[in-house]
Design a protein around this ligand. Structure first.
Ligand code: F6R
Length: 253
């Protein structure tokens, strides 16, 4: 695992955006696994800046998002499909036909999940998977416990996650959909490279649990330690509960 600790959130998201940009430069037809949430807003803003300033083209990439709320159509401003449009795709030259976000209003959700897995395979797998970490330790919406061989499926959201994401729903956790489609932990671990980003003091304890605690389905982010090519980018605040031994890994090589 490569660990990068930056002074603040802006520099963490900047570093993550540059890692994504490097992937696209090395492989203009890269298959990007994308995430949503507050942390990623800074990553996508920085990536859009790189697109403009350095003429980085997204025209050859394909993308697969981690998750989507069940019951929200892509046009709903609270849907993750809409998030991706406003935070990234409106600002870069990605080909609409190659953008994939699970369809939370599919008539048959089980078929939708199987088709999503098949589409990732058809594209040759994910080159780089971007990940945030939730208060429950989830990656994607893999709430505890999520076995490490899980694939794309419908999950029930944890009460803590509905609380975490309530802001977009008028502050009411009950208004947050109770279910979502998410790539599984196994789907995520199949990506060739993982890039996890966390910022802010509220993430410090769960980041330490994921990186130093037991590798367990109870903290799905701990699964990333089983992957051979992982980069974790943290700001000082989210790295605040790490042991000196783990911190010593930071910014080495
Ligand atoms: C969203 C996702 C989630 C978030 C996590 C952190 O697509 O996959 O795992 O990355 O909940 O969210 P923020 O960044 O809002 O704290």
């Amino acid at each position: 695992m490569k660990l990068i600790i930056t002074p603040d959130a802006a520099s963490a998201t900047h570093v993550a955006a540059h890692l994504l940009a490097d992937t696209i430069r090395q492989r203009p037809d890269a298959v990007l696994g994308l995430a949503t949430g507050r942390t990623m807003e800074g990553v996508y803003a920085a990536l859009a800046d790189i697109h403009r300033a350095e003429a980085l083209s997204f025209s050859g990439i394909a993308s697969f998002n981690l998750d989507e709320y069940v019951g929200l159509p892509p046009s709903d401003p609270r849907s993750y499909r809409h998030y991706m449009q406003t935070h990234l795709f409106d600002h870069v030259d990605a080909n609409e036909r190659h953008i994939h976000v699970p369809n939370g209003v599919a008539a048959d959700l089980k078929t939708e999940c199987a088709a999503y897995e098949a589409a990732i395979r058809t594209h040759g797998g994910i080159s780089l998977q971007l990940l945030g970490i939730g208060d429950t330790g989830h990656i994607g919406f893999n709430e505890p416990p999520s076995p490490f061989d899980t694939r794309t499926r419908v999950v029930e959201l944890d009460a803590a996650t509905r609380q975490q994401n309530a802001e977009m729903f008028g502050g009411d956790p009950e208004a947050v959909p109770s279910e979502a489609i998410t790539m599984g932990v196994g789907t995520i671990l199949d990506a060739k490279r993982l890039l996890m980003v966390a910022t802010g003091p509220a993430k410090a304890d769960i980041v330490a649990a994921a990186l130093e605690g037991p590798i367990t389905p109870d903290v799905s982010a701990s699964a990333i330690r089983l992957h051979g090519d992982v980069v974790v980018v943290l700001d000082e605040a989210s790295a605040g509960a790490l042991s000196p031994e783990t911190r010593a890994l930071a910014n080495a090589g």
